[in-house]
Design a binder for this molecule. Structure first.
Ligand code: DGL
Length: 268
């Protein structure tokens, strides 16, 4: 049996879980949302690293064969420490700036991510590996994660705030937008409304899950042949709300899986 842990500061990682259920429905999953502490993106590097490490160790202690750090911010601040602290397979996520630079026709790429991701050494090292003929417009999106966490992804309030954050990207004439936070795929409709149908949107969920699949195969970690595995949702805030948001936000049919939800106790 393959048990996969998926961790995020809140409901953002559901965008990765959704893709995981599409490509790998037979695995068992634990989805861990630290919604009591979201957003991570405006917290200090030290806090993010310590908390992410503690929560990934918690998932490892539950017997996960692999853990997806389905949070760009946690990956940027803590992936190295997480990998060093466990022998469990760890898959991280990072803003898809390389594919964006390759797909952009006019070499102007907008990046919408959290403040912490944009400031991180990992992100800046990544951007420095790219040829400098591409112009990157980096934009933080404060306020967006709390709106998505409170179920307002499709609201007028979110559209207004998003319009403000996307303005510099629009003014620069970007033809490609990187979604550098796993919460942002849930704003796809609003983004299309503001930037139109022709903008190329780069979301790395598909690539992340393909990577997970390859790694599970190479380590010979197999599921036990069921068609649909089980699903345990754990929230540090409200497990019933997490479960109902998962049903609303994800396109996967969760009724095909046996679902349970728990509240997260204290984790050190
Ligand atoms: N979903 C997360 C990310 O991908 C973090 C958002 C937040 O908590 O600020 O960066």
């Amino acid at each position: 049996m393959a048990l996969i842990g998926v961790f995020d500061s809140g409901v953002g990682g559901l965008s990765i879980l959704d893709e995981a259920l599409r490509q790998l429905p037979q695995n068992d999953y634990i989805y861990l949302a630290d919604s009591a502490n979201a957003p991570y993106g405006e917290k200090s590097s030290e806090w993010i690293a310590k908390r992410s490490l503690a929560l990934c160790n918690y998932l490892a202690s539950k017997g996960c064969d692999a853990i997806v750090v389905a949070c760009n911010t946690a990956t940027a601040e803590a992936i190295k420490q997480i990998r060093e602290s466990t022998s469990v397979l760890i898959i991280g996520v990072e803003p898809g700036i390389k594919p964006a630079a390759m797909q952009s026709q006019n070499n102007i790429v907008g990046i919408l991510a959290t403040e912490a991701t944009l400031k991180s050494d990992k992100f800046n090292a990544l951007i420095n590996t790219l040829p400098n003929d591409c112009q990157f417009i980096k934009q933080a999106g404060p306020g967006l994660v709390p709106l998505i966490e409170s179920g307002k992804a499709d609201s007028e309030e979110t559209l207004e705030l998003l319009a403000k954050h996307l303005e510099p990207i629009q003014v620069a004439g970007a033809d490609t937008l990187v979604l550098g936070c796993t919460h942002y795929p849930f704003l796809r409709k609003a983004i299309r409304k503001l930037l139109g149908e022709s903008i190329i949107i780069i979301d790395t969920s598909d690539a992340v899950v393909r990577q997970l699949k390859r790694q599970l195969e190479s380590l010979n970690i197999k599921s036990d042949g069921k068609e649909h595995g089980s699903m345990l949702f754990i929230s540090s805030k409200d497990e019933a709300i997490l479960m109902s948001m998962a049903q609303d936000l994800m396109s996967a049919d969760l009724t095909l899986h046996s679902i349970e939800a728990n509240i997260l106790g204290e984790v050190r």
